[in-house]
Ligand binder design. Sequence first.
Ligand code: DGY
Length: 328
Amino acid sequence: MTKRIIAYCRLKPFHLDQLRQRFHVDYFETLQSTDDPGFREALGQAHGLVGSSLVISPALLDHAPHLKAIATVSVGYDNYPVEALTRRGILLCNTPDVLTETTADTGFLLIMATARRAIELADLVKRGDWTTSIGEAHFGTDVHGKTLGMIGFGRIGAGVARRGALGFGMRVLYACSSPKPELERELGAVRCELDELLAQADFVCVTVPLTPATTHLIGKREFGLMKPSAIFVNIARGKVVDESALIAALEMGEIHAAGLDVFEQEPLSPESPLPHMTNVVALPHVGSATHETRDAMAQRAVDNITLALEGERPLSLVNEAAWGSLTP
Ligand code: DGY
């Protein structure tokens, strides 16, 4: 019997063709909601899902009696009910590794753009307001030689730190639940408590995954501990930060600037003051958004769902405990 999958994110013909060679594919290029009647109908017969972004709730699984595997086209999986999936023996696969360097590039892009006020100054030129040589009012701040504080020191965090330490001579501090002796040797990174990092870092960069423990990890108290000259960068998930506390910290000059790729609500509400602040660089969640990396992520998801539904171990499995309960 040909297995059925639902692909609910935009995929290139090359990736869709690979799926169609093996599976019956219900394709929803731009699915806005899991309440979509067509999606619900397909879900009732689906063995696999390939997609990203939408929240898959535990209740939705009641409508997917044949579901065996999900391949998300992302490394983050905070929008999936991992425990409920594991209880039902449904594999959840993600796309680590292939996006590490691109996302670390985005982190460093935000560090550079905020420190050197790149967007604000480019806008000034665009408006035709470059009428005299630029003076102190438009100077930026150095990145090289400064202290970079990494909150989270996994693959992406290490990638940002590597750029800082090796490319820009930065001193690296990190706050992380487990020590990373190899990175300490490679980068001279020093592990410290979060509060100490916040007090010392010139650049505070968040790369932790979103979990109940990291929700609003950075809020009023934490911004209060940062230097008034600190630049805050978030390439993890918006909900790791209490966004109203961030806005207040920027408005009150408690911190100097922020570079943000992620927000509590995405797409960002038009009411948000963040993109209108001159000391904020706001990007539309594009950490991994290059042609090469998005292709590699899609390929990883195609490979993951194919392996999982053919009874083989997927390349990147989130819920190890579900492995073994899958019958091909
Ligand atoms: C990821 O892969 O988790 C990135 O944030 C893109 O969603």
